[in-house]
Design a protein around this ligand. Structure first.
Ligand code: ZN
Length: 157
């Protein structure tokens, strides 16, 4: 008879197997729907079915899924969102990404990172240095021109 600790260990191993299994299944469903969308776009309902079971497994087993996977799925009609095929992607105000599902016309907005103030300060510093260099170059050029014109004037007299 295994002790209490042994039973806990067994449970943990079983849990691990369950999670692993769920990962494998979701991964397979995701890849299968991707390839169907690419190779047989007329089978769009099959993709929806696969993505629906993908979602069911994800919600039943409570597993974490990468952000890219999560964002490439329509929450309203369980469609796999592929830019150009089943969705359109637009950028608004330079930092807002708007993804529109073409089968149910739902819209998802997400903010990309705005440049932080630290970066802005850094960029401003860099720009100032660049401008300074440009000014110096201009000055040098002007001085050279002046010298040359002076020489010419001397030659003329
Ligand atoms: Zn949709």
């Amino acid at each position: 008879m295994p002790g209490k600790g042994g039973r806990v260990k067994l449970m943990k191993i079983k849990e691990k197997k369950f999670v692993q299994d769920a990962f494998q299944r979701t991964n397979f469903l995701y890849q299968a729907s991707m390839s169907i969308l690419k190779n047989q776009p007329e089978n769009i309902e099959l993709v929806r079915h696969y993505m629906k079971s993908f979602r069911d497994i994800k919600e039943k087993k409570v597993i974490k899924i990468s952000v890219e996977m999560k964002q490439s799925m329509c929450e309203h009609c369980n469609m796999l969102l592929m830019p150009g095929l089943t969705s359109t992607v637009r950028i608004r105000d330079n930092h807002r990404v708007v993804v529109k599902c073409l089968s149910c016309n739902s819209i998802r907005r997400s903010n990309t990172m705005k440049p932080s103030t630290k970066d802005q300060i850094k960029n401003a510093d860099l720009n100032r240095k660049k401008r300074k260099k440009k000014r110096q170059k201009k000055k040098e050029k002007m001085q050279k021109k002046k010298k040359e014109s002076g020489k010419n004037a001397l030659v003329a007299t």
